[in-house]
Ligand binder design. Structure first.
Ligand SMILES: [Zn+2]
Length: 94
C-alpha cells in the first residue's frame, strides 16, 4: 500500500503570520512574526511587542509599528522632568 501521506503539517489557512523569511542577520530562513515581550538594549521591556524575530540567531527586527510602540513605551517610562518648581526660600519683604 503506497499511501502518500502528507508531511504531517496540518495547514491552517491562517494569514501569512506563520510564514518565514530569510534573516538579514544570519541569512537563514527562520525569521517570522513574533508577539512576545521584548527586552531592548537599554533594558526596557516592551510587553507583547509585535516584531520580526529570527529563530535561528535570536535577532529581533522592529518594523515601523513596533518602533512606534517602543517610542511610546519609552515616552511613558521616562518622566518628563522639566520645570522643577524652584523653591524660593525666604520671601523678600520690602
Ligand atoms: Zn538570524
Amino acid at each position: 500500500m503506497s499511501s502518500s501521506h502528507r508531511n504531517g503539517t496540518s495547514k491552517t489557512t491562517r494569514a501569512s503570520d506563520s510564514q518565514t523569511y530569510p534573516c538579514p542577520e544570519c541569512g537563514k530562513d527562520e525569521m517570522r512574526r513574533l508577539k512576545a515581550d521584548c527586552e531592548l538594549l537599554d533594558g526596557i521591556v516592551v510587553p507583547d511587542l509585535d516584531r520580526w524575530h529570527c529563530f535561528a540567531c535570536g535577532e529581533d527586527f522592529l518594523d515601523s509599528a513596533a518602533m512606534d510602540r517602543v517610542a511610546e513605551i519609552r515616552k511613558s517610562l521616562r518622566p518628563v522632568r522639566r520645570a522643577i518648581a524652584r523653591k524660593v526660600s525666604g520671601h523678600k519683604h520690602a
